[in-house]
Design a protein around this ligand. Structure first.
Ligand SMILES: *Cc1c(COP(=O)(O)O)cnc(C)c1O
Length: 435
């Protein structure tokens, strides 16, 4: 089962040029990465390693007593922030697919943030908290990190600020955890951020600054304001290694879930994973972790809106974060607010260049089709951004490209990564379902 396409340099250029042309026209497309090489080789070129993921996992482990104390909803899991992996056969048949098995990774229901951002965002704030606590001797003589909760500690952390630029969900995640720890929090939001997300943050004591411009501008402003204050930490979605590692831990957790369910992943049992992509941190971290653990037996596809395919633009042009979707005449506007990003993370671009199997782009209309089909077949609600994963699965399975024959294998397992949804208010759900 060889999925590397031995493209010559010229063919590689042709594939990418053709892709860019379709992308410019706002057409939906399926792109197989012509630069894909063996996972081991690609990973070997990166400075990040499995050890970094293990380190992040251990840090989350240390913080479990603290999380359990701060967030009641995590107590049943002893402070572990994790989601279920569930089989969704009714969606599979509703989509007319007969091959392999289809699962959903329920990050839409992750505690605290109700989205995949509960992984990276919360991890970064916890890591910063550990550093501050260590530097100030707060951990001395403390039995476990549960001691970092409580009024006295809150007053200490209240002397520090956390800032972040966000289209919505990252702000929610950083805002909720930081406010709980006691930090002053400022979330710089782009114009496409949903009103209910701003309202929820403000109701939790978070300062929300709004910008009439796009996400990159909100990040730029936040970064500058934070840099001017030495007691402020900026969570930099475009460049953060900590976010990336927090997301990567998901791969270790997924591997044990696959083992617990007896789902084999090996050369005769390929795994296909479809993940919605914004700036790239969440899908990039997860992909990095999965390739480390499952190597060439896992095939990972990112999916982006037709008007905001920043990672595809970065990869197909080979120019990384030097290009914005606007350079290709695209608007960056989409109802998938979590994916409304015009410029990819350079860090993630570099990691994914030879590791990512491919990408799909989808129209907003398809997202709502998938939202309805999932609701009707499985009675699961996820937000429009998250529905991109389903649209991607469908697109790959329905494609007649020869390269995907392994995806059509009856031994294949497919996972659509549901990246968000639990916190969407009832009124907004009703509106989405009526569209
Ligand atoms: C943030 C987000 C993504 C993508 O994550 P990035 O790190 O921005 O690539 C996907 N889906 C949802 C619902 C999100 O909030």
């Amino acid at each position: 089962m060889q999925e590397y396409l031995s493209f010559g340099v010229n063919e590689e250029r042709t594939v990418n040029e053709h892709t860019i042309e379709k992308m410019r026209n706002g057409e939906e497309l399926l792109w197989f990465n012509p630069s894909l090489i063996k996972a081991k080789e690609a990973l070997g070129k990166l400075s990040l390693s499995m050890g970094d993921i293990d380190d992040a996992e251990r840090r989350l482990e240390r913080f479990k007593p603290f999380i359990a104390k701060c967030f009641e909803e995590t107590r049943a899991m002893d402070g572990l922030i994790e989601s279920q992996l569930d089989e969704i056969p009714y969606l599979q048949s509703a989509l007319g697919q007969k091959h392999g098995r289809l699962y959903i990774k329920r990050d839409d229901s992750l505690p605290i943030a109700g989205s995949v951002k509960a992984r990276g965002g919360i991890y970064e704030v916890l890591k910063h908290t550990e550093e501050l606590a260590e530097r100030n001797g707060l951990l001395d003589g403390m039995a476990d990190y549960g001691g970092l909760a409580g009024e006295e500690m809150r007053r200490f952390f209240g002397g520090y600020t956390i800032q972040v630029g966000s289209t919505g969900n990252l702000g929610l995640s950083i805002g909720m955890i930081s406010a709980k720890i006691g930090y002053r929090v400022i979330v710089h939001m782009s114009s496409d951020a949903k009103q209910w997300k701003k309202d929820m943050l403000r109701a939790n004591g978070v300062e929300v600054m709004e910008y009439a411009t796009d996400y990159s501008e909100a990040v730029k402003q936040g970064r500058a304001l934070s840099a001017a204050d030495e007691k402020s930490h900026f969570v930099d979605d475009e460049n953060s290694l900590d976010l990336f590692m927090g997301y990567a831990v998901a791969a270790k957790r997924l591997r044990s879930q696959l083992e617990d369910k007896g789902i084999a992943v090996d050369s005769n049992h390929p795994l296909y994973v479809y993940i919605p992509c914004g700036v790239g941190g969440a899908p990039g971290g997860i992909a990095f972790g999965l390739k480390h653990m499952l190597g060439d037996n896992v095939h990972i596809y990112f999916v982006e809106p037709v008007q905001a395919p920043c990672m595809l633009a970065a990869l197909a042009s080979g120019r990384g974060s030097a290009v914005s979707v606007k350079d290709f005449g695209l608007s960056g506007i989409t109802c998938a607010d979590g994916l409304a990003v015009g410029r990819a993370s350079q860090l993630v671009y570099e990691c994914m260049r030879e590791l990512l199997d491919g990408e799909m782009t989808v129209s907003d209309g398809k997202l709502f089709d998938c939202l309805h089909i999932l609701m009707e077949s499985e009675n699961i609600f996820i937000e429009p951004s998250a529905c991109a994963s389903i649209a991607a699965y469908r697109m790959l399975m329905d494609s007649d490209e020869k390269k995907i024959c392994a995806a059509l294998d009856d031994n294949a397992t497919h996972i659509v990564w549901a990246t968000g949804g639990r916190l969407v208010p009832e009124s907004v759900r009703a509106e989405y379902l009526s569209l």
